[in-house]
Design a protein around this ligand. Structure first.
Ligand code: NAD
Length: 434
């Protein structure tokens, strides 16, 4: 099949490369000419494990191409995917649909024959019908069906998630579009993946409800963690005991510094706004958003506590800045709240992240970037583990302690055993909820 993917970011690029690997002819379009130039040369502009190899393989096969020319890409495509960003609109918490609508108008003008137009971007309920209206307005003769096909991949494991999804959600209203979508995803059926066929609104809602539920689960355990600290319980044991209940499940029950990233913060805000617009306030989600901000603030207080309330001129090494390991994505990472607060309080902050520096340099002024954890902790009064990259999971703790002025650790991901840390020479250890 011939398909076009508009937007070559984390979702569009991974989808395009994977569809091409299934054997489809894929053209990826992006409005950023530098990105297209890089991709044509096989250079991946983001960090996503395995993507560079898969890109190279499919570029070489000739099935995958990149362009900024919408007309050429959309011509003869059987399906056109919209995978552009839907960040929070400045000021009101709504999803900013300007990129989606701009792409829709461009696609409308470029459509020649029948095509299925598929929204992969996360968009509020009702958006697919608005996209269809924009397409029709741009090209009253256009022959197309609208499909909502939200994406559930996780950055850092994106290829595997795309190739082996828990489910594929397809919102359609016509049999013709359903057949096109079934054919597109057919290569997956070898591994018996489940497809949920539904209407447009339900598909849109599944995505928001899923993300809001996961954000709620994380926030729930973070709140329990705060209480654990006061009552002498260990949230790791609590989460383990809870997670063994099949109705609860162990995933997303790891206490930490609060959720961040390119999806949960903006999607919870957009869902809360939708609820307000329809006079059905999403009270749980609104609380989750508020509590998550408190969780992030609590991390600052924890650090202040470890340093006996004095941050000025103290040296703090922060390990891990991206919102999670195995990505270079810094969007709404907890580090963007915590690090500026430490710098603002007068601390000398040293930072280290395996992939975050390119994005992070502009976002985190006033810090010193280091190449390794051992370099970052030299002479420090405290080491903070903020993102659990593998290389921070097996540090030589004794070596770390020896390099520090005062060996103290704030382990905001609970990756170390407190007794082991103390045995290695640390005088103080604080995790989350233990
Ligand atoms: P991104 O910012 O990485 O990529 C968006 C791309 O679209 C950019 O390269 C941009 O240049 C391009 N673009 C914008 N407007 C365009 C236009 N009119 N024509 C052509 N290209 C255009 O965004 P992302 O993280 O890939 O997210 C895309 C969508 O997928 C969002 O709605 C997001 O919520 C959703 N989503 C993201 C993830 C994730 O993990 N990142 C997971 C699931 C769903």
């Amino acid at each position: 099949m011939r398909i076009a993917v508009v937007g070559a970011g984390y979702v569009g690029l991974v989808s395009g490369v994977c569809f091409s690997d299934f054997g489809h002819e894929v053209v990826c379009i992006d409005s950023d000419p530098d990105k297209i130039l890089q991709l044509r040369q096989g250079v991946v502009p983001i960090y996503e494990p395995g993507l560079e190899d898969l890109l190279a393989r499919n570029l070489a096969s000739g099935r995958l191409t990149f362009t900024t020319d919408m007309a050429q890409a959309v011509d003869e495509a059987e399906a056109v995917f919209i995978a552009v960003g839907t960040p929070t609109r400045r000021g009101d918490g709504h999803a900013d649909l300007s990129y989606v609508m701009a792409a829709a108008a461009d696609i409308g003008r470029a459509l020649t024959g029948y095509a299925v137009v598929v929204t992969k971007s996360t968009v509020p309920v009702g958006t697919n019908r608005k996209v269809a209206a924009v397409l029709r307005e741009a090209n009253p003769q256009a022959s197309f069906d609208m499909v909502s096909n939200p994406e559930f991949l996780r950055e850092g494991a994106a290829i595997d998630d795309f190739m082996r999804p828990d489910r594929v959600v397809i919102g359609t209203e016509t049999e013709r579009a359903r057949k096109v979508m079934a054919e597109l995803y057919r290569p997956l059926s070898l591994r018996e993946f489940p497809v949920v066929y539904t209407g447009l609104e339900s598909a849109e809602m599944i995505k928001y409800a899923s993300n809001a539920f996961l954000a709620t689960k994380i926030t729930f355990i973070n709140e329990i963690a705060a209480l654990c600290e006061r009552v002498g319980a260990d949230v790791k044991a609590v989460a383990k005991g809870m997670g063994m209940d099949g109705r609860i499940g162990s995933k997303f029950l790891h206490a930490g510094p609060g959720y961040g990233g390119s999806c949960f913060p903006k999607d919870t805000r957009a869902l809360a706004r939708s609820g307000q617009d329809h006079a059905v306030p999403m009270q749980i989600v609104e609380t989750v958003i508020k509590v998550n901000e408190e969780v992030k603030r609590r991390m600052f207080l924890k650090i202040e506590d470890l340093l006996d309330g004095r941050l000025r001129d103290r040296t703090i090494a922060v390990l891990g800045l991206t919102f999670k390991p195995n990505t270079d994505d810094m969007r709404e990472a907890p580090s963007l709240t915590l690090v500026p607060a430490l710098v603002g309080a007068g601390a000398k902050v040293r930072v280290c992240d395996p992939q975050g520096q390119r994005e992070g340099e502009a976002l985190l002024p006033g810090v010193k970037w280091c190449d390794s954890a051992y370099q970052a902790v030299q002479g420090a009064d405290l080491v903070v583990i903020l993102t659990e990259w593998n290389e921070f999971r097996a540090l030589d703790l004794a070596r770390l302690a020896k390099r520090m002025a005062v060996p103290q650790m704030a382990d905001l991901r609970n990756i170390y055993d407190p007794d082991e840390v103390r045995a290695a020479g640390f005088v103080r250890y604080a995790g989350v909820g233990r």
